[in-house]
Ligand binder design. Structure first.
Ligand code: C2E
Ligand code: CA
Ligand code: CA
Length: 736
């Protein structure tokens, strides 16, 4: 296996002998030898084979050795080049060494060992130079790397430094900002240590609690937690939430300011823990929500109170009633409920206006308050309805005393804008012991009792009893039956003559309604008309009455033709009178019936007319224009305004039978009848006495100048067939 050559030598020389001798010698010494016979070829070989060392002659044709030398040194400065020359001229040697030759060997080379030595020495030097250069390069690389590393590090440090500087700047700015927030916040900000001592507070905190400064607050507040939340149970809850969740949100506490003023606050807080997780303190904010709370309370108050009078409203009243019932049933105690309704409040409202109506209600509320005790609940249930719960009274007589006090108070006039207004109330009283039903039931019963007070004449009180309750139930069953009766037409009209007191002639008939109940027989109108009025069924029923009365009247007029035809009067209820199309419908009815003109009469009670106030005038005039006659029924029992009376286009007053009844056999007690007759005459109205039962009564009214009368003395109300007989037997023609 041939040994790897020690190195490759290029010999450039034009003398073949010399080249050969060099080659032989150097190859023997282990070198590889390349040859070139002139400089140009020598450079080609050099460029192609990259020898480790070059031996070059100086004197050569084509390109001399110095040029080769210069080129090699330029192209490969690390490759040693040795000049082997025979010129022997010192200038050549100097020039060669100056151009970069590594050695100069003189020709002829007697001892080739010297050449080899020179070659080996040059190669060794080249190796050293190369190593040195590599080492230097390494070193330089290292230095360069280190330098860049150092640079990088420095830059990093600079950056870090800058960042730190920025952060410090920001911290300072933030600190200033937070301090400003702390100082200027509207909310109180606080820190409390684990012993409950306030360790930090902002000015707002001090201000909210009524202190001059945070320092003053901290110096004087004592235990901050108990100061902030006076309710121990609530405080415990606060700490429990704080412990369980680490924070508390919008926790509302109630306390007081330093000056004693009530303070509501909403607290947000969280715990701050130490390194080992133990609570070191808690901190948070506090907002004064007193205004908000007050507003809330106001809203709550508004929702439970009547805006006009400031009294509890129905909602609050019902709640209080439930509580009273509850207490009453548990302790078997006693309470009374008074249910009040103003009599004819509508008249006040219509005649004076709503603003004055409101004023009246306010004054009334004041008076009622003066009649009740502090602990009673007085409420306005709506409109002109008020109610009182009294747990103070111990018996029914206690409750009636309250009612009497109220009725007494009502006797004084109310001064409304300079007007003296008299008003009355009707009161229903219900007394409860033990369990007495739900609030709704108790209220309903009280309401019902109040209505009884109204129907018994107003301006009075009635006490609820169970019989009344039964009556209610009866009324309910009756209502069901009544609807059925209406569908099956179980109604009938009876007729009662109204006669001329001087001649006994039948002038007109009053149509009176009867319910012919399949099991209970005839039910009198007073037992069902109030109910029909209440549920509105009186309207369709009233129309049936009008149609039936007209039909009957036309029939009777045909049967008994007279110069002054027979009349018929029909009772009109409040609900009917309130129908806007009453006139229109009556007009249609009259045009379809064969009733003689001016013979249909309408009876309207005094209170129905008065309750509608001004509106009644228009309606009455419209009816009048249809040729209808208008009678004021039950005159003297209601609320009369004489100043109104003359403005109403009415024809006759029917004197209520309670006044006629007063007239005794000797003719005494006729004062009221005399007064009414006098009034009627003054107003140019006709007069009918109702309920004439005795000859004595008849004699008195005749003397007083009352032209017409109605009553059992002449005839009871009777069915159509009977009235025909009556008229046939009583053929006296009325005189005008
Ligand atoms: P009212 O309009 O005052 O009718 C007269 C009432 O007095 C009738 O009672 C009649 O039977 C009764 N009466 C007549 N003469 C005498 C007498 O000499 N002595 C006594 N004690 N009573 C006498 P009735 O028929 O029970 O009617 C009661 C009320 O029912 C009527 O009172 C009226 O307000 C109402 N009413 C009757 N029919 C109708 C109707 O068709 N529609 C409306 N809305 N109400 C009616
Ligand atoms: Ca009547
Ligand atoms: Ca009457």
């Amino acid at each position: 296996m041939p040994q790897a050559p020690v190195a490759t030598v290029l010999t450039i020389d034009d003398e073949e002998v010399i080249r050969r001798s060099f080659q032989a010698y150097l190859e023997d010494s282990g070198f590889e030898v390349l040859q070139a016979h002139n400089g140009r070829v020598g450079l080609d070989v050099f460029r192609e084979h990259h020898p480790d060392i070059v031996l070059v002659d100086l004197r050569m044709p084509e390109m001399d050795g110095l040029e080769v030398l210069a080129t090699v040194v330029r192209e490969a400065p690390d490759v040693p080049i040795i000049v082997v020359s025979g010129t022997g001229m010192i200038q050549d040697a100097i020039e060669a060494l100056r151009l970069g030759a590594w050695d100069y060997v003189l020709k002829p080379v007697e001892d080739l060992g010297i050449l080899e030595h020179s070659v080996r020495r040059a190669l060794e030097r080249a190796r050293l130079i190369k190593e040195n250069k590599a080492y230097r390069e390494n070193l330089e690389n290292l230095v360069r790397r280190r330098t860049t590393e150092l640079h990088d590090r420095t830059r990093q440090l600079e950056e870090t430094n800058q960042r730190l500087q920025n952060e410090v700047g920001e911290r300072i700015a933030a600190e200033a900002k937070y301090r400003s927030i702390f100082e200027n916040a509207i909310e109180g900000i606080f820190q409390v240590n684990h012993q409950g001592v306030l360790v930090s507070a902002n000015p707002a905190m001090a201000r909210i609690l009524g202190y001059q400064s945070p320092q003053e607050l901290m110096d004087n507040v004592g235990n901050f937690c108990s100061r902030l939340c006076e309710d121990a149970g609530k405080r415990e809850k606060f700490f429990r939430v704080l412990e369980d969740h680490g924070s508390v949100q919008a926790f509302e506490v109630q306390t007081s300011r330093l000056d004693g003023q009530a303070l509501w606050a909403s607290v947000n807080a969280h715990t701050v823990t130490g390194k080992t997780g133990e609570t070191v303190r808690f901190e948070g904010t506090l907002e004064d929500i007193s205004d908000h709370k007050r507003f809330e309370e106001q809203l709550l108050h508004q929702s439970l109170h009547d805006a006009l009078t400031g009294l509890p409203n129905r909602a609050l009243f019902t709640d209080r009633l439930s509580q009273a019932i509850y207490r009453c049933s548990r302790q078997n105690s006693f309470f009374a409920l008074l249910y009040l309704d103003v009599d004819r409040f509508k008249v006040i409202n219509d005649s004076l206006g709503h603003a004055q109506g409101d004023q009246f209600l306010m004054k009334l509320a004041e008076r009622l308050r003066s009649c009740t005790r502090e602990a009673d609940t007085l409420a306005r249930l709506g409109g002109d309805e008020f109610a009182v719960i009294s747990e103070q009274v111990r018996s029914l007589s206690g409750a009636t005393m309250v009612a009497e006090r109220i009725l007494e108070e009502m006797r004084r006039p109310f001064n409304i804008d300079g007007h003296e207004i008299y008003s009355t109330v009707s009161i229903g009283i219900i007394c409860c012991t033990g369990f007495c039903g739900t609030a709704e039931e108790v209220l309903r019963d009280a309401d019902l009792t109040m209505y009884r007070a109204k129907s018994n004449g107003k301006a009075r009180y009635e006490v609820f009893d169970n019989a009344l309750q039964e009556q209610t139930i009866q009324l309910l069953t009756m209502e069901t039956e009544f609807r059925r009766a209406l569908a099956k037409n179980e109604f009938e009209l009876h007729y009662q003559p109204i006669v001329d007191v001087n001649t006994g002639a039948v002038v007109t008939l009053e149509a009176l309604l009867r319910w012919k109940h399949p099991e209970r027989g005839y039910i009198p109108p007073l037992d069902f008309i109030p109910m029909a009025e209440e549920n509105g069924l009186i309207v369709p029923l009233g129309w049936w009455v009008l149609e039936e009365a007209c039909r009957q009247l036309a029939h009777l007029q045909a049967l008994f033709p007279r110069s002054a035809p027979l009349g018929m009067s029909v009772n009109i209820s409040a609900k009917q009178f309130a129908q806007a199309d009453l006139g229109q419908k009556l007009e249609t009815l009259l045009s379809h019936s064969r009733v003689a003109p001016g013979t249909l009469e309408l009876e309207i009670t005094e209170s129905v007319i008065m309750d509608r106030g001004e509106a009644a005038i228009g309606m009455l005039e419209e009816l009048k224009s249809l040729g209808l006659k208008l009678f004021v029924d039950d005159f003297g029992t209601g609320y009369s305004s004489l100043s109104y009376l003359h403005r109403f286009p009415i024809d006759m007053l029917k004197i209520d039978r309670s006044f006629i009844r007063e007239i005794d056999a000797t003719g005494g007690h006729a004062e009221i009848v005399r007064a009414i007759v006098g009034l009627g005459r003054n107003l140019g109205l006709g007069l009918i006495a109702e309920g004439v039962e005795t000859e004595a009564q008849l004699a008195v009214i005749r003397t007083l100048g009352c032209q017409l009368a109605q009553g059992f003395l002449f005839s009871r109300p009777c069915p159509a067939a009977e009235i025909e007989n009556y008229l046939a037997a009583n053929r006296v023609e009325p005189t005008d």
